[in-house]
Design a protein around this ligand. Structure first.
Ligand code: PGA
Length: 254
């Protein structure tokens, strides 16, 4: 089964609106005609509009890093799916481990966001993954299974086609400690098996499962060659044009 690779840049809390445009222009210059890989830029909320404008007419897509599950209302400081759609956002990262840790997001609240995103034609990038303590205690697959099953609760087969999963071992995020290709592939294959049980093989074969956690140009070619690794969710290496372009090229070479 051929799945088009996807490289998403998670800028986290980096780049002002104007810095974001500078980076976006550099990326467009190099990747504007790259159609063999899906490329998604996920700037902070404050840069969505300016980056979105810079992307107009190009194949690169715009993603947000979070959203609220409700449509509107008294939720100070929050942003809804509809607001994101108004800025031509197509993807949204949900359940990132930093939000699970620092913003007390739970599988249940993340699930609400996944459903709301889908209801508004946004493609969720659902992040799942174990902490170091969980890996060391042998709980990796149980944790990933819980994140996937609870995160996707109520998602219909029709909607599942729009979902992307990102496996991000928490101990590998921003630490320089990348999972070995074998470690990552094991979990990716496990997630695909789980999706097969939940949605059947034809659909499970179509869903893209990204790896995230210290993915860099140096380790990407090997990771991206693994049969169930369909791309990357990139943090640090997405903040500079050179490394991000190299990552997209590594995905295009697969
Ligand atoms: P990193 O971040 O590439 O800096 O490890 C990945 C992520 O958190 O999405």
């Amino acid at each position: 089964m051929h799945r088009k690779k996807l490289i998403a840049g998670n800028w986290k809390m980096n780049k002002t609106a104007s810095d974001g445009v500078v980076l976006t222009r550099e990326l467009i210059a190099a990747l504007g005609r790259e159609t063999s890989v899906d490329v998604v830029l996920c700037p902070p909320f404050t840069a969505l509009e300016s980056v979105g404008r810079a992307l107009e007419g190009h194949a690169l897509k715009l993603g947000a890093q979070n959203m609220h599950a409700e449509k509107s209302g008294a939720f100070t400081g929050e942003i809804s799916a509809e607001m994101l759609r108004g800025l031509f956002v197509t993807h949204v990262i949900l359940g990132h481990s930093e939000r699970r840790t620092y913003n007390a997001e739970t599988d249940a609240s993340i699930n609400q966001k996944v459903l709301a995103a889908l209801a508004h034609q946004l493609k969720p990038i659902l992040c799942v993954g174990e902490t170091l303590a969980e890996r060391e205690s042998g709980a990796t697959l149980a944790v990933v299974q819980r994140h996937v099953e609870r995160g996707l609760q109520g998602v219909t087969p029709e909607q599942m086609g729009a979902c992307i999963i990102a496996y991000e071992p928490v101990w590998a995020i921003g630490t320089g400690k990348v999972a070995t290709t074998a470690q990552a592939q094991e979990v990716h294959a496990f997630i695909r098996e789980l999706l097969t049980k939940l949605y059947g093989a034809p659909l499970a074969q179509k869903v893209r499962i990204l790896y995230g956690g210290s993915m860099k140009p140096a380790n990407a070619p090997e990771l991206l060659a693994a049969p169930d690794i369909d791309g990357g969710l990139i943090g640090g290496a997405a903040l500079e044009a050179k490394s991000f372009i190299e990552l997209v090229r590594a995905a295009a070479a697969r």
